[in-house]
Write a protein that binds this ligand. Structure first.
Ligand code: M6R
Length: 608
């Protein structure tokens, strides 16, 4: 989604901003722009990649300056054109700004501003904000920004400069992340810490309704009502190497292959030395409430929702706690019932997904204990939950979520066992489950050794435009995830569903040679899955099965088999999803797509 970088200091802003935008490219965007203040204001914008913007800048040698703002845009209001790309300017006071989010009341504000003689040149909601700040400007940029933000509804992270104040940068946030990196006599502001860490690891996040005025000699933080605020400094821990490709072609590929190491990190220190219990430091304060929980609601979007669905099976099966899963976008508007003893768990890689944040706020308002299963340390979600468990899988750059998914399932398995052991599970059973859990990384390495075979199988079917993904029980959500992965990066139409649901309609789609991927691992519903496979086969479908090593029967039923090691059924999705991630990756590469920047998609969906 959109990205912001802004700089005020003593170095030339231009290169620094472009380098920052490059670090944000993974988030997904369709155009980019930069504005630098150097006596006058220079604004350069381009449709397409940051490299296109950089090429344009190279042709313009006549501007320098140590104060500037930059942006990558993911279109929401207005088509993808140079005119709609940020930064946007007002027509009166020399205001220039970049904006992430959506100004919801922009049509009303636009009409008012037009009545006062302002003329708009773009289709964006952001230009309205620039005009409004210009309209309110009376020689104090900070006051004008505060005044304008009191008039707007919606979500924003903004960085604003003004030709008449060459030493001031003003930034603000509501509902869209923004962070200030603090260096020596310089500040770098960004919507994502990855654009900050190359310069400084001292930073603070803006809270909702915060406005920060930055000058080279110091900063002032307040609310939009001008109440002073003390920022909470933090140390950024992002390792820049983790954001580099190394030997891999794409971040998605790198992240698929680093899953065993990532999951070792997820587990590290969380299983007691005797292997009979679980320690989740982040939950200690709420341990009693959790053990006595009457109901859990897991809420998320996309891949995180699929992990949450596996969490539902885990929490009910292992911990015996009634659990529901709901799209955050539905939960937030649905008047949900939150009774005493309800725990709401938000699951998210980024910790910034707008709908999941809103669902969390709704749950808290209604009195639920709110937990987070989140990857990004210091993200809004991690700050706004009562307690939580980090995934610890490291930064995920690829738009298609992979290691975050397995990390989420792993944490939800740990949480289920943590509660199960404290509620009713025997020591012996818990010990066995924990040993199985600890074996996941090694077993996953064995799955990854078969990457070449997965490629060969994928290439047989890559021309087909419609695929089915089918599973039962714990692996029904795995089927959904397999279909989502294939869709989002290879643009092949894929549907995931419970294998038994097929007979209720989708079976009509099966024609000669249609690929149908079955998760057919050994488990409580194996025989039923075999029946479903036969239903597809007899209608001409080509079955690709993900099966358990040592299963000698499956090859009679499927055209192709991808084997995974045997593992306790509740943990099987963590291994079974890996061949599906690899298939999606190989299909996208074979079709020549930009794997890490799939069309129309953003890494983190920070608008509704
Ligand atoms: O950052 P989150 O985990 O909250 O993001 C949720 C979804 O937007 C995300 O999982 C999305 O579906 C991915 N593109 C899936 O690969």
């Amino acid at each position: 989604m959109c990205g912001i970088v802004a700089y005020i200091g003593r170095k030339p802003a231009r290169e620094l901003l472009i380098e920052g935008l490059r670090r944000l490219e993974y988030r997904g965007y369709d155009s980019a722009g930069i504005a630098v203040l150097d006596g006058g204001l220079t604004v350069v914008r381009a449709v397409g990649r940051v490299s296109a913007l950089s090429d344009r800048l190279d042709k313009q040698t006549d501007f320098d300056g140590t104060l500037g703002i930059a942006h990558t845009r993911w279109a929401t209001h207005g088509t993808v054109t140079e005119a709609n790309a940020h930064p946007h300017r007002d027509d009166k006071a020399g205001i220039c700004l970049v904006h992430n989010g959506i100004i919801e009341n922009y049509t009303t504000l636009k009409r008012l501003l037009e009545d006062r003689g302002h003329r708009f040149v773009t289709e964006t909601d952001t230009e309205v904000l620039a005009m409004l700040i210009g309209e309110l400007y009376e020689g104090d940029l900070e006051a004008a920004v505060q005044g304008a933000l009191r008039e707007v509804t919606g979500a924003y992270a903004i960085a604003v400069i003004c030709e008449r104040e060459p030493d001031t940068l003003v930034v603000a946030r509501k509902g869209s992340p923004l962070m200030v990196g603090v260096g020596k006599d310089e500040y770098i502001v960004a919507s994502d810490p990855s654009a900050i860490v190359a310069h400084t690891t001292r930073a603070f996040p803006l809270e909702d309704y915060n406005v920060v005025r930055l000058r080279r000699d110091g900063i002032r933080t307040s609310t939009i009502d001008n109440t002073p605020v003390t920022p909470k400094m933090m140390q950024l821990e992002l390792d820049l190497e983790q954001a580099e490709l190394g030997q891999f072609q794409h971040f998605m590929q790198k992240e698929i292959f680093e899953q065993p190491a990532a999951l070792r990190n997820t587990i590290r220190g969380r299983i007691t030395p005797h292997g009979d219990s679980i320690v989740l430091g982040g939950l200690t304060r709420y341990s009693k409430e959790l053990v006595r929980a009457r109901r859990m609601i897991l809420t998320a979007q996309g891949t995180a929702l699929h992990a949450a669905m596996i969490g539902e099976y885990l929490l009910e099966d292992l911990a015996r706690i009634p659990t529901e899963v709901e799209y955050a976008s539905e939960f937030r508007y649905r008047n949900p019932i939150i009774e005493d003893g309800t725990v709401v768990i938000a699951v998210s890689q980024s910790g910034e997904t707008a709908d999941t944040l809103a669902a969390l706020a709704e749950a808290k308002d209604r009195g639920a204990l709110a937990l987070g299963v989140v990857n990004a340390v210091g993200s809004t979600m991690s700050r706004e939950t009562d307690a939580g468990v980090y995934l610890r899988v490291g930064p995920e750059i690829g738009v298609a979520s992979t290691k975050a998914f397995t990390g989420q399932v792993m944490v939800l398995a740990l949480l289920s066992l943590y509660l199960a052991r404290r509620r009713h599970m025997s020591r012996e059973r818990c010990e066995w489950m924990l040993a199985e859990l600890a074996s996941v990384p090694d077993k996953m390495e064995r799955v990854l050794e078969q990457a070449d075979h997965v490629r060969e199988v994928t290439l047989k079917y890559v021309e087909r435009e419609n695929w089915l993904f089918l599973g039962r029980g714990y692996n029904y959500p795995t089927a959904l995830e397999g279909a989502l992965k294939l869709k989002e990066i290879s643009y092949i139409h894929a549907e995931g569903m419970p294998a038994a649901e097929m007979k209720h309609g989708p079976i009509a789609l099966i024609d000669d040679g249609m690929p149908a991927v079955f998760i057919a691992t050994k488990g409580s519903q194996y025989d039923k899955v075999i029946n479903n496979i036969e239903e597809v086969r007899s209608r001409g479908g080509h079955v690709i099965a993900v099966a358990t090593e040592g299963d000698t029967e499956i090859a009679q039923h499927a055209r192709d088999v991808l084997y995974i090691p045997d593992i306790a059924e509740p943990l099987s999705p963590i291994l079974a999803v890996v061949p599906l991630q690899l298939m999606a990756y190989e299909a996208a590469v074979a079709r020549g797509h930009d794997v890490d920047r799939p069309r129309n998609l953003a890494k983190s969906v920070t608008v509704e």
